[in-house]
Design a protein around this ligand. Structure first.
Ligand code: CUA
Length: 177
């Protein structure tokens, strides 16, 4: 999808550049019938407007069909462990906090009050993954912790005075062979 977006951007940039060059080339021509020119330009604009609207709808449908978060997709793999996590001002409530390395863990996230950002860090400073914890919704987030260790959960959405205090730890133990 990144590559497609990049190619599409290049094509659109080339189109914009071509229009610029066309305008520059036309600037030296003597003015013709001003009213006819204005009419033609106006037709162009309304045509382009509808092209942009239709393209926007088509591109949105084509690219936003699947929820872009693992766990919500229709073909999401089945998790080995589910952890229900609820954000509160100002703490995380997890129904379990220990999993095994290599397990596919699914977080079911919600909030008891306001929006929180559920972010999992590795080594205190590397963001592994994150999503929103929202009141009235359950957001799913799938993670596979490759290595044992303590993974810190922080809040990534400013949610009040003690936002910075919303911390929890997920312990990942070595897989039982
Ligand atoms: Cu919860 Cu910031």
């Amino acid at each position: 999808m990144q590559n497609l977006a990049w190619s599409l951007s290049l094509v659109l940039m080339a189109a914009v550049a071509a229009v610029f060059l066309w305008v520059v080339a036309g600037a030296s021509r003597p003015p013709g019938d001003a009213a006819a020119g204005a009419r033609a330009a106006s037709q162009w604009r309304s045509g382009l407007f509808w092209v942009a609207i239709v393209a926007g709808i088509v591109i949105s449908f084509a690219t936003l069909w699947d929820w872009p978060v693992a766990g919500h997709a229709a073909n999401a793999p089945k998790a080995d462990v589910t952890i229900r996590a609820t954000g509160h001002q100002f703490r995380w409530e997890l129904d379990r906090d220990t999993v095994q390395a290599g397990q596919l863990v699914e977080f079911e996230l919600t909030s008891a009050d306001v929006n929180h950002g559920f972010a999992i860090y590795k080594d205190k400073k590397t963001l592994l993954t994150q999503t929103q914890a929202m009141p009235g919704y359950v957001n799913k987030l799938q993670v596979r912790f490759a290595e044992p260790g303590e993974y810190e959960v922080l809040c990534l959405e400013y949610c009040g005075l003690a936002h910075h205090g919303m911390r929890a730890v997920i312990k990942v133990v070595a897989a039982v062979k």
